[in-house]
Design a protein around this ligand. Sequence first.
Ligand code: SF4
Ligand code: SF4
Length: 354
Amino acid sequence: MKKVYMVDLKSNSKHTNKLNKLKNLFNKVNYGDLINEGDLTAIKIHFGEVGKDTFIRPIFTKPIVDLIKQAGGIPFLTDTSVLYSGPRKIGPTHIEVAHSHGFVPIVTGAPVIIADGINGKDYCDITINKKHFEKCHIASGIVNADKMVVLTHFKGHEMAGFGGSIKNLAMGCAPPIGKAEQHSTKQTVNPKKCIGCMECFNNCAHDAIEMIDGKALINQDICVGCGECMTVCKYDAIFLDWETELSGFNERLSEYAYASVKDKEVLYINFVLDITPNCDCVSWSSETLVPDIGILASTDPVAIDKASLDLANAAYNGLNDVFKSVHPNTFGEVQINYGEEIGLGSADYELIKI
Ligand code: SF4
Ligand code: SF4
């Protein structure tokens, strides 16, 4: 049975110092003992889309940064380039967003480094030989890190049902090409936005794109869904069919999560706070679904997500899936069940309140 430690905001004093409790969580799992002198230690986090305000607060990273340094590690805050348009699509402007949201060394104690480089193309292929993927594309800054602490804002997600540690690993550690692989195999060109620049045509390694009457057209029989065309299109003319295969989507998430932590010792911390219906990639913050619950820590991504989900459902009404109340067609539980099936972790957990 996997241990999941928890700072319970209900049973603790209302004067709970969350920064000190974060240190307690880190020490409870003895993560400092795993860090060797000079270990490059990635702190995987989502810096929040522009307009969002319920991402993990920057000051919550400081105790973790301090403890990693005390253990001899060299911490850095990191995320990867996104698939869609906006400043988080490439490294330099993604860092600017992080800084503008308060993730600056004077607050956090560590620099921001985008794990897949300046343009989302720095990645390694990790062999996993699972049902959906033989290999996954994982950002170099994640693969090359010696250790990793995954800080996750636990909340709803419009496709995944919920977004916890598994999703933070899966999408969060993948470059755009890996994100596209997880989303769907169907890439489509919007002819109204296509200006015929041929950038996608020149970059498709599978010759799946034709130029017809000055517009790109993707042959769905040839396309392998790698997402490279979407990454190189500067005009946002290529998009995914978001509605297809949501169950398979969650399985693909679990496989990518497996790849991103393969052969790595990882600490997971879920902030079950500000539980909004949507993820931190949207440019707004909705009303929360349930009151703040607590902060959880574990060395198992499946156990911590299962515990977080159970706590959120119990706070909702104990009977229904809180996230299906807002995203009824999603299958969040697949992340956990399939994650357990492929050896990502265990859903059998013991919750220990501190
Ligand atoms: S890269 Fe975008 S704009 Fe250029 S041809 Fe392809 S779809 Fe059209
Ligand atoms: S997703 Fe990959 S294979 Fe499909 S059209 Fe785009 S670049 Fe080509």
